[in-house]
Write a protein that binds this ligand. Structure first.
Ligand SMILES: O=C(O)CCC(=O)C(=O)O
Ligand SMILES: [Fe+2]
Length: 272
């Protein structure tokens, strides 16, 4: 106990009860000979909607990071599935491929630590991320409207019996050489506000954000994928209840290849 406390910080790690503070996350990119400081992010943010909270993030990753993330997952693409109750389900509304990104890879650790910092007080230090995931769409592929949260909390598969759900989502665009295939949120309604402003939504966001369309009617917002940029939104309220208004989908890609990355912070909920 006491002896341990008197030791210099770099020796504390020898005591299993006091793990040494992790070294700041850095990684060496194959494309960039300089060590990269993960906390030295370059993103800027713009609020799309306050309630539900949806934030547009410019340059969440650099172009190089985006390229490297794709390289890291590329060999592992398989048909996309949906996870529920600890098992994978294939669904017809999601025709893309997905690849897990090993969270221990230095660049992935770096991106997750950036996401954690972005979340601020929303995430407790002991709450984890789900396995980050690349999603790839070829021409004609899409992901129909869905929510990223589950209507009932899921049980951790670590034997602890703890329940969790996806409190928020990041969807980051990593490859944008394609047409159409926007991410659409039909019930994030900025339409009235936009009308009040004189309909300058596209101008305001320089074409990155535009009005969505559902069943032939202008509705909600859609995001034009731009490499490195991302969308962050909140899925669950304070009580852990899902917000249906953040229902969203990936519209069919017309030409080219779209690749994005899902980052899902997990919140734990008491009781079993
Ligand atoms: O592809 C998109 O634009 C959205 C993807 C998505 O919502 C998801 O993978 O959960
Ligand atoms: Fe989603």
């Amino acid at each position: 106990g006491r002896v341990q406390q008197l030791l210099p910080a770099h020796l504390q790690g020898y005591f299993s009860s006091t793990p040494a503070a992790p070294a700041p996350a850095t990684f060496r990119s194959a494309l960039d000979p300089l060590p990269y400081n993960c906390d030295d992010h370059k993103y800027t943010t713009e609020i799309i909607s306050l309630d539900p909270l949806v934030i547009y993030i410019n340059n969440f990753t650099t172009k190089r990071e985006a390229e490297e993330l794709v390289m890291l997952g590329e060999a592992d693409f398989e048909d996309s599935f949906i996870s529920r109750d600890g098992t994978k389900h294939k669904v017809t509304g999601r025709t893309s491929s997905s690849a897990p990104l090993e969270p221990d890879l230095p660049l992935v650790t770096c991106i997750l630590s950036r996401a954690r910092k972005f979340m601020g007080t929303m995430m407790q230090p002991w709450e984890p991320f789900s396995m980050p995931q690349l999603v790839r769409y070829y021409a004609g592929q899409k992901y129909d409207l869905h929510t990223d949260y589950w209507t009932s909390h899921q049980i951790m598969n670590d034997g602890s019996g703890r329940r969790f759900n996806r409190i928020a989502s990041f969807f980051v665009f990593l490859k944008d050489n394609f047409t159409e295939g926007e991410t659409i949120f039909p019930y994030v309604d900025v339409l009235d506000k936009d009308r009040e402003r004189g309909g300058d939504l596209e101008e305001l966001f320089k074409g990155k954000v535009s009005r969505g369309m559902e069943k032939g009617e202008q509705k909600g917002v859609k995001f034009k994928p731009i490499t490195g940029n991302g969308i962050f939104w909140v899925n669950l309220d304070d009580k852990g209840v899902g917000d249906r208004r953040v229902i969203h989908g990936g519209l069919p890609v017309k030409d080219g290849v779209k690749i994005g990355m899902n980052i899902w912070p997990r919140k734990f909920y008491g009781g079993v």
